[in-house]
Ligand binder design. Sequence first.
Ligand code: MG
Length: 469
Amino acid sequence: MTSCLRILSILVVLSGVLLMLDRASAAPERPNFVIIFADDLGYGDLGCFGHPTIATPRLDRMASEGQRWTSFYVAACVCTPSRAALLTGRLPVRNGMASNRRCVLFPDSLGGLPPSEITLAETLKDVGYATACIGKWHLGHHPQYLPTAQGFDSYFGLPYSNDMDRIATAPPGRISIRQPKVEYFNVPLMRDTKIIERPADQTTLTRRYTDEAIRFIRTNRDKPFFIYLAHSMPHVPLFRSKDFENHSLRGTFGDVVEEIDYNVGRIFDTLKELKLDERTMVVFTSDNGPWLVYNEDGGSAGPLRDGKGSTWEGGMREPTLFWWPGAIRPRVVQGIGSTMDLFTTCTKLAGGRVPDDRVIDGVDLSETLLGEKESPRQTMFYYRGPVLCAVRHGSYKAHFETKSYYNRKKPLKHDPPLLFDLDRDPGERFNMAKQHPEVIAEIKKIVAAHQEKLVMAPCELEKRPPREK
Ligand code: MG
C-alpha cells in the first residue's frame, strides 16, 4: 500500500513537471508577427471605434480579446512616407520619403525606399524569420526597391496605389473613382518581381491577399514568420467581391471594410486551427486618415479633426488593435504609440538587433503590451512632407502650421502656435495657447533638440524622368 502511494506521489510530481515543461514551451518567446495595414481607413471606421453602421465583428472581438490603442499614430498623413516609417522605425525625413511637391510615389517615379535602410523584414530575417509582403507596397516599384530587395522572401500585391495607372479613356475626373470599373485602372498585380495580372482584378484583392497570407502561415507553421499584409482597400476606387455587395448599411465603403473584417477573421481562424494563436502577435491599423474629399466613398475620422493629407489628428491618429492570446493583456491603452514603434517592439520580441548606427524613432512598447506599464512614448512629431507642422507632448499638441486635407489653400502658419489638450479636447477645437505659455515653451525646447540633430536624407520622391519638351 505504501509503495502504491509512493508511486502515485511520484506520478503526481512527474505530471506536474511535465505540465510546467509544457507551459514553458508555450511561453511567449519569438512570436510570429502579422501586421495588417489598411489603406485610408479612418479613426472612426470600425465598430470597436464607434462606427454606428459598419459592422466589424471580427475586429471588435480582436479588440476585446487584445488591446485597443486610442492614441496610436502613423508618422505621415499619406501612404508612401507612412509605410516607410512603419517598416524602418524612422521618420520619413530620415529616409528620403518626404516631399512637399510629390508627397507619394507615382508610376513614373524613379526612386524608392533606399536599400541602405534597414526594414523590419530584414531585422527579423536576420534571426531566422520567414518573411512575406502581401498587398500594397508603395515604396518603389523598380526592381531594386521591391519587397524582395528589402528583406521579404516573397511578395504578392500591387506595387502602388489602386487609383494609379488610370487609362486615358476612363471617364474624366472623379467619375471613374465614384463609379469605378476594374479596367479603368491598369494597375499591375505582382508576384515577387513579375507582373502576373494587369489590370489587377481589384474586386478579388482583399480575398486573394488573405488567401496568400493563409497559405504562407500554413507553409511556415513550424518556424517563426512575419507577414506584412497591407490591404489596398478602402483606398478609392472602392472594390469588393460579389459576396459583399450591399452587405453594409454604410454603402460601398462599408461593404469594403466589412470584407476586410471578414478576411481578418479568416486569419484568426487559421491561427487557431494550427494552434499558433498563442504564438502570434497580430496588429491591425491604417496608413493614414480618411480621404475626406471623396465624401461618402471616403472614411470617417470619428471625433477627430480633418483627415488624410493633414496633420490635424484625423490625418494621423489610427484605429489600432493588438492581439496575442495569453501574452497581451486585454485592455484599452490611452497612452501614445506609433507605427514606428512596431519596428523596435517586434525586433526586440524576436530577439533581433535594433540598428545602432542610425537614429531609430521607434520605442519598445512590449512592457505596455505584455504588462501593466503605461506607454513609454511621450512625444509625437507630425510632419507633412519635410515640414514639422505639429508636436504632441503628453496630452498637449502644438501646431506651428496647419493645412486642411487636399485643398489648394496655402498652409497657415501659427506664431504663437495653436495649443490643444488632446485628452480633454481630442477634436482640437479649443486653443489653449494663452493659458499655457509654459507648455509651448517646453514643446519649443523639444523641437529645438529634435531639429539640432536631424539629418534630412536626400529626397527620393521627386526623382522622375525629365519631361519631354
Ligand atoms: Mg493611404
